[in-house]
Design a protein around this ligand. Sequence first.
Ligand code: MG
Length: 342
Amino acid sequence: MSQGVRTRPEGSGQALSEAYDTALLDLDGVVYAGGSAIAHAVDSLAAARAGGMHLAYVTNNALRPPDAVAAHLTELGIPAQASDVVTSAQAVARLIADQVPQGARVLVIGGEGLRVALRERGLEPVESADDDPVAVVQGFGGPELPWGRFAEACYAIARGVPWFASNTDLTIPSARGIAPGNGAAVEVVRIATGAEPQVAGKPLPPMHRETILRTGARRPLVVGDRLDTDIEGAFNGGVDSLLVLTGVTDGARLLAAPPQHRPTYVDADLRGLLTGQPKITREGEGFRCGGWTATAGAERVELTGDGESLDGLRALCAAAWTAGGESACELDGGKALARLGL
Ligand SMILES: [Mg+2]
């Protein structure tokens, strides 16, 4: 196994809000879900901020401009300014501005967030392939985006205009279930044109660059719920990460994470910002965290002991990630996770 492959969550003697200067917080599944604040988010963020931690909100969702996102957060009881919000619309606008002349026309397939971000970079949003755009940009347009918008993208791309996408998240959580995200809309255009977009959003470097440029973070901690965007984006940027279990990731997915999807820390929710993190120690063939010891057998990871269920999960991570090494662990964790109620 090469050095640098993470094989267990880290411990921290300090509260994470003291060990890091800036939290780069994902929104959906971390701070809110379906428009409402997630349990403990409001109080935990207030306490982290009172302790001196800078809070920034980093979202792949390009639909709403930062001031609308900040207003929503403020309404939920999490005071935020537009400048505290970083979106994939901003990241893709910078990516486009680096490649086209100042003032160039860009065909927009998406929402107001994209138009605002393009204007901020001195680019002119246009609505038709016949407006002579030099680039096409596609971002989440919400459920009311007309099908004809995809046709505009296809006409321009067929004429050789370069194509950009804010992000490629295939799904988006809604109050009524899982809905198609921008990645699904990008697939529509990809299938119709055979073209490939340049993508800005998490886990790719343009989004991380935009975040660091806008927040000025020196010792950032990425906080997210999704392994293939938030945690992989942190991994790609060489930044530590905290996975919270309030969103799309469950215990089984976490145990099966390949190296780039393994977070530095794991906690139940944003209260994890305010505490230290327990150290995991090797004990014979197993890994001990709190009252639990996890070992990897031939077919499954096993758990003995008792205590806090999160400590059991952390011990299981160490056993599974060590067994998996540079690959995803294929051992069954179902029985052990059921014992933890996870
Ligand atoms: Mg999320």
